[in-house]
Design a protein around this ligand. Structure first.
Ligand code: HEM
Length: 400
């Protein structure tokens, strides 16, 4: 059963056409609505060297969910589960229905660049008798002094990341993955994120976060000569089952938006060391101009402050440590006192967390300018194996 792609469901582009009566824009006639065919028809391959959802361009909707194996479930149940999950991921990413009891939630829509990505947490290995296969890189992250971590929303045996440009397509996949878990695994925690929809800006741009900053500017790029080395475990893998895999650090970082929004624009820009409007360094140029870290103003003060987030996090300030940040914003309503429960689902990919996230977070933990406006509330570290070859399931080399 295949779905119809991108005809009836296509969204209209800008509705702001002039000429409406009594202060309202006229509703565009259907034939004038340019179909965004690329949105629904976008299809990401499942059987690839590196799992999808790592270098895939950011999608508009994301779900992050951790599962724990149930009491009595071990390696055998895990094998069957990863088989079911891989089959579901392959089907849904191709725009097909789930194998059983499809809910119809994504009917009429194309795959909408859906990706489903699977990872294993530290606790998975003891549960399945596979301790000998557990990579050292999965050793628990160190405690950081500024952590306010909720254990119930941290870690987990298994981790699934779902991304799609359509919220219904993303939910459809989430529900299918949860149903596939059956009696073998239970949801431990789940988080929902979002990013700008493609087409919202006139040209593709770096995403903004909920502080209003362009976030992702200095990410390593797949065209960089050292990209694979920084982000992926080599094909010769250690352990072998992690060949072409990556390690993901997941942090739910609350933004203290009430405090942040009280700052003047100048204060906000000093926190980051970059212009809010263009993302350019405070020392001038455009978004991708190299910052001049030594440049001072007429009073001899550094223009990019010594504790600016963009200075402290630079690879050249952290022994070369680099990671691919592929984060989503979250908003889970307002606390009883009206404080927004919103921020960044920080998702960072690297070949080794000890050469990526850990040294940078150690530095940030000493207090960069951004620290006063954020709070790390949950944390996870997962080993994400390479992509499954045709006929294989994700994690097969670990589990068989
Ligand atoms: C850069 C925001 C947390 C690592 C940046 C930039 C922004 C930003 C706006 C500059 C533009 C860019 O290059 O992307 C935030 C916000 C955070 C946060 C709002 C929390 C809510 C973190 C954390 C880490 C981190 C926890 C790692 C431990 C980096 C790195 C860079 C960066 C590596 C690029 C540095 C470079 O290569 O020059 N961040 N960040 N950030 N951030 Fe963060």
């Amino acid at each position: 059963r295949r779905r119809l792609l991108g005809t009836a469901g296509a969204t209209g582009l800008a509705l702001g056409a002039a000429g409406g009566a009594a202060g309202y824009a006229a509703a565009p006639s259907p034939e004038k609505v340019a179909p965004l065919t690329s949105l629904g028809t976008g299809r990401v391959a499942f059987h690839v060297k590196h799992q999808p959802g790592i270098t895939t361009p950011l999608q508009a909707a994301g779900h992050f969910v951790a599962f724990d194996l149930t009491a009595g479930s071990g390696r055998k149940e895990a094998v069957a589960l990863l088989r079911r999950w891989s089959d579901t991921a392959r089907r849904l990413m191709a725009g097909e229905a789930a194998a059983q009891d499809d809910t119809d939630v994504a009917r009429d829509a194309g795959p909408s660049s859906l990706t489903v990505t699977f990872g294993f947490g530290h606790s998975f290995f003891a549960r399945t008798g596979l301790e000998k296969q557990r990579p050292d890189a999965l050793d628990p992250l160190p405690d950081f002094s500024s952590d306010h971590l909720d254990k119930k929303r941290s870690n987990g045996d298994l981790w699934v990341q779902i991304g799609a440009h359509d919220a219904l397509v993303a939910f459809h996949a989430l529900r299918a993955i949860q149903k596939d878990a059956g009696d073998a695994a239970r949801v431990r925690w789940q988080m929902n994120g979002f990013n700008r929809s493609p087409g919202a800006t006139a040209r593709p741009m770096t995403a903004r976060n909920l502080m209003g900053q362009l976030d992702g500017t200095r990410n390593p790029k797949p065209s960089d000569t050292d990209f694979d080395e920084r982000i992926f475990v080599p094909a010769s893998g250690d352990p072998a089952w992690m060949a072409n895999g990556s390690y993901v650090v997941v942090r739910r970082i609350r933004m203290l938006l009430d405090d942040w929004e009280k700052l003047s624009l100048k204060e906000q820009e000093d926190v980051m060391g970059r212009k809010k409007s263009t993302g350019a360094p405070l020392t001038g140029g455009g978004e991708t101009t190299e910052p001049d870290l030594e440049k001072t103003d007429a009073d001899g003060k550094l223009i990019i402050p010594i504790n600016a987030h963009s200075r402290i996090t630079r690879p050249d300030q952290n022994g070369g440590a680099a990671m691919l940040r592929r984060s989503f914003s979250f908003h889970d309503g307002f606390d009883a006192d009206g404080v927004p429960d919103a921020g960044l689902l920080f998702i960072a990919w690297q070949a080794d967390p000890l050469r990526g996230f850990v040294p940078v977070q150690r530095k940030l933990d000493r207090g960069d300018a951004l620290s006063a406006f954020i709070r790390h509330e949950a944390s996870g570290l997962f080993a994400v194996p390479g992509g499954a070859a045709e006929g294989e399931y994700v994690g097969q080399q670990l589990l068989e």
